[in-house]
Design a binder for this molecule. Structure first.
Ligand code: IVH
Length: 686
């Protein structure tokens, strides 16, 4: 290939791979299959190697996989200091912040602000030269940070190359520092910790620690495996100085156009009342966000006013962090019990005198494992600080007092399983103690709970208590037994009336055609969380293909390493697992084949209205999303289809007014290929 053509192809491939990375990592909606992606990547690597002398490797997606481990991090001075924020802990303090600004500006007029979530992650500084990511660092002491460029490069949400936006004030400057917060979302955090516990490693205390620990890895190949994300919110040094931006709001628009993730909950506020209203709203919505925030930030919008206000003792006078109420409280440990998890791990759980933390009563907290108990020196009877962060399980921060009777010995995890009495072992290099009996009733019960959970078969009306009861009555002993339940069998259970029984049987019936990825997740294969399940479903398409995949078939898949491949093949070789699969198949459970490439609904927007009879809303959403479409809650001009059940409301009227195509449930099933004749199932096995 001629050099000029090759370089053009390199550019093309980079753009293409960046586009598919965005679809895969940010939108969770890939357009091409893994093999197609690998093919593009291999072509790019080959061309880059061949033309290494003539191209800038830094902006290439090939640089995201991590590089050789470092000995230590170098120190780097920031081009302009990374300031911190003054805090406000009450609405009065927000009002006085505003009063001070007005006094300094000598004005009675309202000042306009931008209000943002205060993300609870790790602040980072990204340096771009001519739009190419050159380096990145931690905040450090504000003047000098640690060079973590290799690690930041692995974060897919960080653009290696800024997108140009010539039409706005934000044409790409020669040199610019972009600031943002690296974080791990709450779901990804749970999955990461679940994995760590299953692997016998110490879990991270919270998403922030997990993000910090991941960024401080000397081996960036480890960082590359962590689910890190970023939101950007500020600029440091810039040359030329970008004086074209009049407001922070304009700057944020440019950030987004340049390709940086900008938090969707950022808003403008015309005065302090609106700032306070926003803070109240975010306080209420905090728990529903998919990442942790520890407050809101109020920033003066006008760049000119900002420069007039200036900075005092390393904090700008033009911004303030409004912190949420404390999420810690003091209580005493009344008992410590042992929970046996799905993989046999014994987790010590403190039962405490109930205490209210940020509006929620807390009475149990995880103690993680023996190392944590030793480190925190925990006894029954201790007075402790408990912490609750988002919807993460509460945990004990530290002991602040040990009573005389409890001071003799630390709590010790028992040598035998409290559920089945089998031996408990601690494997070399693992922090966890495990029950060695794979038939331990606790493990089986936890497996069933996992099977029916939201991310799995998503069976409504089948809570923990009911599962335990059915398990204890001996009417279920593996997940497949659920599909053989009868009304008579259920009748003996406590609080199980006729209606509840009927509802339960009907939700079981409805759950018989799960998307393949949910079915795989439900099986509870070690190292196979929601993400890996999705990857498997997309790559292999049918259950049969997954069951029969060898390690050689699995290993070429991005994100499947030897450990995951090993646990998948071991799982499907185990006769008792194959028996359960067979039993599920006989009961009529048929996972729906996964579409490896997004189908005909790509980019189409659906609105669902009325009561759906043939499938649940969640199911409809899954079908639409699996075919590349999306679901919105309100009907607008850009809605493509409205699906109606019985008693539809005003949405149907609006759809008719706007002349939007209305589908009934049958029609919906037809256009999505879910009609009974052509329903695709998971192959021979099920
Ligand atoms: S602006 C001078 N905006 O909070 C202002 N910071 O306590 C620079 N943070 O170091 C920061 N969310 O790591 C800003 N929306 C947001 C933020 C945010 C979180 C962090 C950031 C900063 C710290 C200040």
């Amino acid at each position: 290939m001629e050099e000029k053509t090759a370089i053009k192809r390199i550019e093309e491939l980079r753009d293409l791979i960046n586009y598919h990375n965005r679809r895969y990592y940010q939108l969770d909606d890939p357009e091409i299959s893994d093999p197609e992606y690998d093919h593009l990547m291999r072509e790019l690597i080959a061309l880059e190697n061949q033309y290494a002398g003539h191209i800038d490797i830094n902006a290439s997606p090939t640089q995201r996989v991590g590089a050789a481990p470092l000995e230590k991090f170098d120190s780097v001075p920031h081009l302009s200091p990374m300031l911190s924020l003054a805090n406000a802990f009450s609405e009065e303090e927000i009002l006085s912040f505003n009063e001070r600004i007005k006094r300094l500006l000598d004005t009675q007029e309202d000042v306009s602000y931008v209000v943002e979530p205060k993300l609870d992650g790790i602040g980072v500084n990204l340096v771009y030269e001519k739009g190419i990511l050159k380096s990145g660092s931690t905040r450090g002491d504000g003047a000098i940070g640690e060079d973590i460029t290799q690690n930041l490069r692995t974060i897919h949400a960080i653009p290696l190359k800024m997108k140009s936006a010539p039409a706005i004030a934000g044409a790409i400057p020669d040199l610019i520092e972009i600031r943002g917060e690296v974080y791990i979302g709450t779901d990804a955090f749970k999955e990461l910790n679940g994995q760590r516990i299953a692997d016998g490693n110490n879990p991270f205390a919270n998403p922030r620690n997990a993000a910090a620990g991941s960024l401080r890895q000397l081996d960036s190949r480890i960082t590359a495996k962590r689910p890190l994300a970023i939101f950007c919110y500020a600029m440091g040094f810039a040359d030329p100085d970008l004086s074209g931006f009049r407001t922070h709001w304009e700057f944020l628009q440019a950030l987004a156009v340049w390709g940086f993730p900008v938090n969707p909950h950022i808003r403008r506020a015309e005065n302090t009342e609106e700032c306070i209203a926003y803070h109240r709203e975010m306080t209420a919505r905090r728990e529903t966000l998919p990442y942790e925030i520890d407050g809101t930030v109020i920033k003066v919008d006008s760049i000119d006013i900002r420069s007039r206000l200036g900075t005092v003792s390393r904090s700008p006078r033009w911004a303030i962090a409004c912190k949420f109420a404390a999420t810690q409280a003091i209580t005493t440990i009344e008992d410590i019990v042992i929970q046996v998890g799905r993989t046999g791990v014994l987790t010590p759980v403190a039962e405490m005198k109930p205490v209210r933390i940020a509006g929620v009563m807390v009475s149990r907290a995880t103690l993680h494992n023996q190392d944590e108990i030793n480190k925190k020196s925990i006894h029954i009877g201790d007075t402790v600080i408990v912490q609750r962060a988002g919807d993460v399980i509460p945990e004990i921060v530290r002991t602040i007092g040990t009573s005389a009777e409890s001071s003799e010995s630390l709590f010790r995890i028992p040598d035998t399983c409290p559920v089945c009495g089998s031996r408990v072992i601690r494997l070399k290099d693992e922090a966890a103690h495990r029950c060695i009996n794979i038939d331990c009733p606790a493990q089986i019960r936890e497996n069933i709970k996992h099977f029916v959970s939201r991310g799995g078969m998503d069976i409504e009306g089948l809570g923990e208590k009911l599962i335990s009861q059915m398990f204890e009555h001996g009417i279920i002993s593996d997940p497949a037994d659920l599909y053989y339940l009868t009304k008579d069998g259920l009748a003996n259970l406590e609080r199980m009336g006729d209606v509840s029984a009927r509802n339960l049987l009907s939700s079981l019936e409805k759950s018989k055609t799960p998307p393949l990825e949910k079915f795989i997740f439900a099986l509870g294969i070690r190292h196979t969380g929601e993400h890996v399940s999705k990857v498997l479903a997309r790559r292999f398409g049918t259950l049969d293909n997954i069951v029969n995949a060898s390690e050689e078939d699995l290993l070429p898949v991005k994100e499947i390493g030897p450990e995951i491949a090993g646990s998948i093949t071991t799982f499907f070789r185990e006769p008792s697992n194959l028996r359960t699969l067979e039993k599920l198949k006989k009961a009529g459970v048929k996972p729906v084949e996964s579409h490896t490439v997004s189908g005909g609904l790509s980019g189409k927007t659906f609105v669902l209205t009325g009561t759906l009879q043939k499938f649940s809303r969640n199911r409809a959403k899954e079908i639409i999303e699996s075919l590349g479409g999306n679901v919105s809650s309100s009907v607008t001009k850009s809605t493509d289809y409205v699906v109606v059940g019985t008693s539809p409301g005003s949405k149907l009227d609006k759809a008719r007014r706007l002349d939007i195509l209305v589908l009934d449930e049958e029609e919906f099933l037809e256009i999505t290929g879910q009609g009974t004749e052509n329903q695709k199932s998971g192959g021979n096995l099920l």
